[in-house]
Design a protein around this ligand. Structure first.
Ligand code: CA
Length: 228
């Protein structure tokens, strides 16, 4: 489920956006000022950001500038929400790397359409789902629910299997703990993100040498790498 981070201080707008985005099956995170927006972006790595221009503290343009300068967050698409008649802001926003802008007051239909267009543009090309993921020293067979590391069958719990499979299927992509909780446990309740760390540690132990496929990015999350 793609996740959208809304960075906007006007609560009415946030509520309207949240309600409508959720109705479209999207996950929604909210930040009421620029600092919190930057912090949440780094911690959660959303799929798209709706960024208001007029924010208390750091304004939207500065938030956009910092997001695009940071290699961790530079690739996340940004739609800027601008007030009517601020042509310069739009231009500056786009120069800073925003993907699109929408003028307030906006039609929610129009905004949803833009969000969907951008998400589609960034979507990975649909590949036929493989039932066996094969790497040099690791095989993950989803049909038989079997993992082989160095030719040896590894006994994994259901969650460990799902976690490994999800990361391997999306190899090279970095996931925050929040995204992994959402993808594997599929719940929004406040399960501690430490749960992910515990499972990752056990997975690595069980996989032995092949555990090196699983990499930790300090302060960001985890990814699966092909080669190490
Ligand atoms: Ca505002």
């Amino acid at each position: 489920m793609p996740a959208i981070l809304i960075i906007e201080d006007e609560k009415d707008i946030v509520e309207t956006l949240e309600y409508n985005l959720k109705k479209e099956g999207l996950k929604v995170w909210k930040a009421l000022d620029g600092n919190d927006g930057l912090r949440q972006t780094e911690a959660k790595l959303p799929d798209l950001i709706l960024l208001d221009l007029m924010l208390p503290g750091i304004d939207g343009l500065e938030v956009c500038r910092r997001l695009k300068r940071n290699p961790k967050t530079a690739a996340i698409p940004v739609i800027m929400l601008t007030a009517k008649g601020t042509e310069t802001d739009k231009i500056v926003g786009l120069e800073l790397g925003a993907d699109d802008y929408i003028t307030k007051p906006f039609s929610i239909k129009e905004l949803i359409a833009r969000v969907k267009t951008i998400l589609r543009r960034y979507e990975k090309p649909a590949a036929a789902p493989k039932t066996v993921l094969k790497f040099k020293d690791l095989e993950i067979d989803t049909d038989r629910h079997i993992v082989l590391a160095g030719g040896k069958e590894i006994d994994l719990t259901a969650k460990e299997f799902q976690l490994l499979h999800y990361l391997a299927e999306n190899k090279g992509r970095v996931f925050s703990r929040e995204r992994l909780l959402d993808a594997v446990w599929g719940i929004e309740v406040a399960i501690e993100t430490r749960t992910v760390d515990v499972h990752m540690r056990r997975l690595r132990e069980k996989l032995g040498k092949a555990g090196a496929h699983l990499q930790t990015l300090r302060g960001v999350g985890y990814k699966f790498v092909d080669q190490f």
